[in-house]
Design a protein around this ligand. Structure first.
Ligand code: SF4
Ligand code: SF4
Length: 293
């Protein structure tokens, strides 16, 4: 079967894999197999990021998303966030476990000094310590919640993202996560569920994708296909530019050495593309729940 091309509609979001694939956790479902000591993709320097921001400005990027690995393993993450916020709105995707008071205070100061917004997304996969730590590692539940509470105290409205293991839009899981966050002082819980991508370590856990898990030409003609991240985003890393954060560790996801080289359609030939397609725009910030007490 020939894979249909996802058209490239222009670069709205530039994702920056600022810490490479280095992470202080080693989650069982990590689709890019990040972890402690993973040096496959070195971190970007502050100067590298500034050059990317220059290029992003020239091509009309609207917002920047920092990802990893774990961005806060980067020794200059706060400074990089400050550089970015002087020019773009930004989002940082983090596991939250390194968000201690001093870092959060400096991050809040950078956000206060900017006319642009800074969103912080924290990953937490279950509303109980036992279930979460089974996937994300011992101690990660309490440390992530402490990070989220610290952000809330500093005036952020952290978005908590959970990988969906209990079925799509599970209202029970959603309510449980909201209750948990409120109990930790987060008055406006914002929760976003993400699908599990059967890649990286998650492929070992779940068996990966089958031959039939593919996007077809007919599927791509349905409404909503234009929301696929690969139509408006790219990921910059120390190893060049990749089509999307999900395929960063896949050889076929590499698009070129510079942003402009990556501006072309991409054939949706991966099982992961079928997950994106079924779940819509999985990476946007819009939270599934924002309710005030
Ligand atoms: S899922 Fe996130 S926190 Fe977990 S190992 Fe991967 S990059 Fe690190
Ligand atoms: S994995 Fe998702 S975002 Fe990446 S190329 Fe496939 S459809 Fe696009």
């Amino acid at each position: 079967m020939t894979a249909p091309d996802c058209p490239f509609r222009g670069l709205d979001s530039l994702w920056i894999q600022v810490a490479g694939l280095s992470c202080n956790l080693r989650c069982a479902h990590c689709f890019n197999a990040s972890g402690p000591g993973n040096r496959e993709m070195p971190a970007l320097s502050r100067i590298d990021v500034r050059s990317l921001l220059d290029e992003a400005e020239t091509v009309g990027v609207r917002d920047i998303v920092f990802t990893g690995g774990e961005p806060f393993l980067h020794p200059e993450m706060v400074e990089i966030a400050g550089d970015t916020l002087s020019r773009f709105p930004a989002t940082i995707l983090t596991n939250g476990t390194l968000l201690i008071g001093r870092i959060v205070e400096r991050l809040a100061a950078a956000a206060r000094d900017s006319i642009y917004s800074l969103e912080v997304r924290i990953s937490l996969d279950a509303p109980t310590e036992e279930d979460n730590d089974r996937i994300r590692g011992k101690g990660s539940f309490e440390r992530a919640l402490a990070g989220a509470a610290c952000l809330a105290e500093a005036g952020f409205l952290p978005i908590v993202t959970a990988v969906q293991f209990r079925g799509e839009s599970d209202p029970v899981a959603l309510e449980e996560v909201e209750i948990l966050l409120r109990s930790r002082g987060i008055r406006k819980p914002r929760v976003k569920f993400l699908p599990a991508f059967r890649m990286g370590r998650e492929a070992e856990r779940s068996g990966g994708y089958g031959e039939d898990d593919r996007v077809t030409t007919e599927m791509l003609e349905l409404p909503g296909a234009e929301q696929l991240l690969c139509s408006t985003a790219r990921v910059a890393t120390s190893r060049g530019v990749w089509v999307c954060p999900i395929l960063v560790n896949e050889r076929g996801g590499w698009m070129g050495g510079t942003l402009s080289e990556s501006f072309r359609p991409f054939p949706l030939a991966y099982g992961a593309c079928s997950t994106c397609f079924r779940h819509g725009a999985v990476c946007a910030n819009a939270a599934t729940a924002v309710r005030e007490e």
